[in-house]
Design a protein around this ligand. Structure first.
Ligand code: PMP
Length: 397
C-alpha cells in the first residue's frame, strides 16, 4: 500500500517503505577455513582511517607505499605492480583478459576448483582453452608441462601456486624458463600462498601474478594485488584486443603511477581497503618475508603432527606438495564432512570448511594463516578436531 508522507508542504509518494533491519547477535568464530582468515588488530584499526579523495596527494602517497610493499611481497623489480578493486576473482579476470585475446590459446594446468574458474572466465572472453590434468592430490611435473607447451605453443599458461581446494603447493621453479622457451606467458594464482610460502616472481620468471588480501595477509577481501613482468607489459602495449575498461592494466597503471609520470583518476578506489592493504604490508615488512614463511611452515607442520596423532590422514601424500597455509585432512569412513565442519562451529566456534568442487566428500580444509598461524591456534583446532571425532563417532559409525 502506498503511503503519503508530507514534508514542508510537499507530498512524496514512496513506492517502497523503509524496511526494519534487525540487528542479529553474532559471535565471531575463529576463521580457520581456507579463507577469509582473521584480521590483524592493526588492520582493523586501519579500516577506520579517513576516507580520502582519489585525486589528492595523500591518496597517491598511499598508492606509492602499497606499490613498494607489493614489490617486496611479490619479490619483483618490475614496474607494473598495483592493486585492483575486487577480490581474488578480479585479479584472475585481469591477468587473463589483459594478456590473452579472443582466439588466442590459454593452457590451463587443471587441478582443483580455481582452474575451473579460470577456464570459465577465459571461455567468456572468446579465448581458446586447452587443459592438462593431474590427480587431485598431485602436482604437475616439468616434463608434463613441457610436452603441452611444445605441442600447443599457447599464448599463456595458467597455473595455481597454492590450491586451497586440494591443499597443494605447486613447485614453480623452472616453469617460467620453460614458458619463455616456447614463447608462452606464465600466469600464476597466489591467492592463498603469497606471504605464507616462498614466492619469487622475478627469479622464477613469472609474467603475471595476482593475490588477495583475506588469506595469509590477514586483511579484508576486496582488493587484489597484481604484478606484470616486462614481457607481459610488452604484450599489453602491443595487443590488438581491448580488455574490459575497469580491468585495463594500461589505464590502471597510469592511475597507480607505475612508470613515475602519471597520477590520474581512473575510478574511485575504496579508501578503507587501501589503508587496510597498506597496513597488511606493514605487518609483513615488520615480520619480514622469511620469518612469515617460517612461521607458517612451523604452525602447519605442528598441526599435521597433531592430526597424525589422531590417526587421521592428510589428503596430499607427498610432504613437499603440502601447502603451508591450508591443510587438507581425510576423515575415517562413516564421517560426514559437512556435519563435521558444522559441529566444529557449533561446539567450538571454529570455522573450517569441507571440500569444494572435486574435493567435496573427500577432505576437510583447514587454514592456519596470517594472524591465525600460531601454535596456540593450531592446538585449539587440533583439540576441536579430536573432540569432534569422538562426539560424532556414535552417530556416524
Ligand atoms: N584462487 C584461490 C587459490 C582461492 O583460494 C580463492 C578464494 N578462496 C580464489 C582464487 C578466489 O578469490 P576471491 O574469493 O577473493 O575472489
Amino acid at each position: 500500500m502506498r503511503r503519503l508522507i508530507t514534508t514542508n508542504m510537499t507530498e512524496i509518494k514512496l513506492t517502497v517503505q523503509a524496511p526494519t533491519l534487525v540487528n542479529r547477535d553474532f559471535v565471531k568464530p575463529t576463521l580457520c577455513g581456507p579463507g577469509p582468515c582473521d584480521v590483524w588488530p592493526s588492520v582493523n584499526e586501519a579500516l577506520t582511517k579517513p576516507v580520502i579523495s582519489p585525486i589528492c596527494d595523500e591518496h597517491f602517497y598511499v598508492l606509492d607505499d602499497i606499490r613498494a610493499g607489493l614489490k617486496y611481497v611479490f619479490q619483483t623489480n618490475c614496474d607494473t605492480v598495483l592493486a585492483l578493486s575486487g577480490s581474488g576473482h578480479g585479479g584472475m579476470e585481469t591477468v587473463i583478459n589483459n594478456l590473452v585475446g579472443p582466439g588466442e590459446t590459454l593452457l590451463v594446468a587443471k587441478r582443483g576448483f580455481w582452474c575451473e574458474r579460470a577456464l570459465e572466465m577465459a571461455k567468456r572472453y572468446g579465448i581458446n582453452t586447452i587443459t592438462t590434468t593431474v590427480p587431485m592430490n598431485e602436482t604437475f611435473s616439468l616434463q608434463q608441462l613441457e610436452n603441452e607447451l611444445r605441442k600447443h605453443r599457447p599464448t599463456a599458461l595458467f597455473i595455481v601456486h597454492g590450491d586451497s581446494s586440494t591443499g597443494i603447493v605447486q613447485n614453480l621453479k623452472s616453469v617460467g624458463e620453460l614458458c619463455q622457451r616456447y614463447g608462452t606467458l606464465l600466469l600464476v594464482d597466489t591467492v592463498v600462498s603469497l606471504v605464507g610460502v616462498p614466492f619469487f616472481m622475478d627469479d622464477w620468471k613469472i609474467d603475471a601474478v595476482y593475490t588477495s588480501t583475506q588469506k595469509a595477509f590477514s586483511g579484508p577481501a576486496g582488493i587484489s594485488p597484481v604484478a606484470f613482468s616486462d614481457r607481459a607489459l610488452n604484450k599489453i602495449n602491443n595487443r590488438t584486443h581491448q580488455p574490459p575498461f575497469y580491468f585495463d592494466v594500461k589505464l590502471l597503471s597510469q592511475q597507480w603511477n607505475c612508470y613515475g609520470s602519471t597520477r590520474v583518476y581512473h575510478h574511485t578506489l575504496s579508501s578503507p581497503l587501501l589503508w587496510a592493504l597498506r597496513q597488511c604490508l606493514q605487518e609483513v615488512i615488520k615480520e619480514t618475508l622469511p620469518r612469515s614463511w617460517a612461521r607458517h611452515a612451523a604452525t602447519t607442520k605442528h598441526f599435521l603432527k597433531r592430526v597424525e596423532q589422531l590417526s587421521l590422514k592428510t589428503f596430499v601424500p607427498k610432504p613437499e606438495d603440502r601447502l603451508m597455509t591450508v591443510t587438507t585432512v581425510v576423515l575415517p569412513k562413516g564421517y560426514d564432512y559437512l556435519q563435521f565442519s558444522k559441529y566444529m562451529r557449533e561446539k567450538y566456534n571454529i570455522l573450517i570448511f569441507p571440500g569444494i568442487g572435486q574435493t567435496v566428500g573427500k577432505t576437510l580444509r583447514i587454514g592456519l594463516m596470517g594472524v591465525n598461524s600460531t601454535i596456540q591456534v593450531a592446538d585449539a583446532v587440533a583439540d576441536a578436531v579430536a573432540g569432534t571425532l569422538i562426539a560424532l563417532k556414535k552417530s556416524s559409525l
